[in-house]
Design a protein around this ligand. Structure first.
Ligand code: AVJ
Length: 323
């Protein structure tokens, strides 16, 4: 029988509500009004994101998978890791390509997926424990921006941060995150970082404004989360979804725009929001990268770039950086 995965919960039961209140209060007082994207992943949001990854327009998922299909063995052997830690692991679907390569190389003793979504994490951990009976699965329910100091120890770790999720962080957050991560790692540990690359605005906009409106529903679900968690009274249909490419910051900027003058009460955060027609709330950014700048950023944080792999169309990159 497979060894049961262990699940360590670092988020206290109140975390979701207290940190949501703070995030909402702080974010909505900024210009533009901003909601932090981690709140997009409630059960419904996780489902919608899963659907996004299967959209024909959403190229990053397939591009990253094609890199892993082609190069996973090279990646794991280059890392020489025996412990794999995955940040923001979600369903860990693509991670199986890494786990298969680790198995083939006979290299892996333990796997730790880290995610804020406990439900998704428990399901993923159970599946993986079953499929890789020789690997010790130690899942962590945690926020990778807060809990880096509690990353599982282990001899020679590879920290995988896939999917382009780092693109969700604002510049200062990204610097702080990479610096804090580097500080936690021992010499020989490595980071496998997935980043989406700068490309034509048309291609980008299509990926974030899909024909079936799945991304619209995903972004709009942020208001449903506030209604449920904070007793807010957002009229979800009184907004339109406005995704655009910001050429200066080189990032997609995904917003909801008020279509009517409205007052929204968010009692759980003690906030009242007065919105005029055209007022916007930014729900998510998705930064796109250039490889030379990314390497400089990683080096500045304390990493050395070992190798970079891209897909055949050079749309997405996986960078292995070593401490
Ligand atoms: C999961 C953060 C990588 O930025 O492309 C997809 C999230 N948002 N469509 C991304 C997302 C809208 C996605 N990441």
């Amino acid at each position: 029988a497979p060894i049961e995965p262990s699940v360590r919960v670092l988020l206290d039961p109140d975390w979701a509500s207290s940190s949501l209140v703070e995030d909402v209060r702080r974010g909505l007082s900024q210009h533009p009004r901003t909601l932090p994207p981690k709140w997009l992943y409630d059960d419904r949001g996780s489902e919608l994101f899963d659907e996004i990854t299967r959209l024909p327009e959403y190229y990053p998922f397939d591009a990253e998978r094609s890199i892993l299909k082609e190069h996973a063995y090279e990646i794991v052997t280059a890392s020489r890791a025996t412990t794999l830690v995955e940040l923001g692991s979600g369903t860990s679907e693509k991670t199986r390509l890494l786990l298969d390569a680790f198995t083939e190389a006979g290299q892996l003793t333990s796997f730790s997926p880290v995610d804020v979504s406990e439900r998704t994490l428990r399901d993923a951990a159970a599946l993986i424990a079953k499929r890789y009976p020789g690997v010790h699965v130690a899942a962590v329910v945690g926020d990778f921006t807060l809990h880096l100091a509690h990353l599982p120890r282990g001899s020679r770790r590879m920290i995988a941060f896939l999917g382009g999720t780092i693109g969700n962080l604002y510049l200062e957050e990204r610097r702080a995150f990479l610096g804090a991560l580097a500080d936690q790692l021992e010499p020989g540990d490595s980071l496998l970082l997935g980043t989406d690359l700068v490309k034509s605005a048309d291609r980008l906009i299509a990926a974030y404004d899909d024909a079936r409106g799945v991304t619209d529903a995903f972004i709009r679900n942020s208001l449903v989360v506030l209604n449920r968690e904070l007793g807010a009274d957002f009229d979800v249909d009184a907004f339109s979804y406005v995704p655009f490419w910001d050429p200066h910051m080189e990032r997609m900027d995904l917003r909801l725009r008020s279509e009517v003058p409205q007052r929204v009460a968010i009692p759980g955060a003690d906030v009242v929001l007065d919105l005029a027609v055209g007022d916007e709330i930014r729900v998510e950014i998705s930064t796109k990268f250039r490889l030379s700048e990314l390497a400089a950023e990683l080096e500045h944080a304390g990493f050395g770039v070992t190798s970079v792999w891209t897909d055949p169309m050079d749309e997405f990159a996986l960078t292995l950086a070593t401490k």
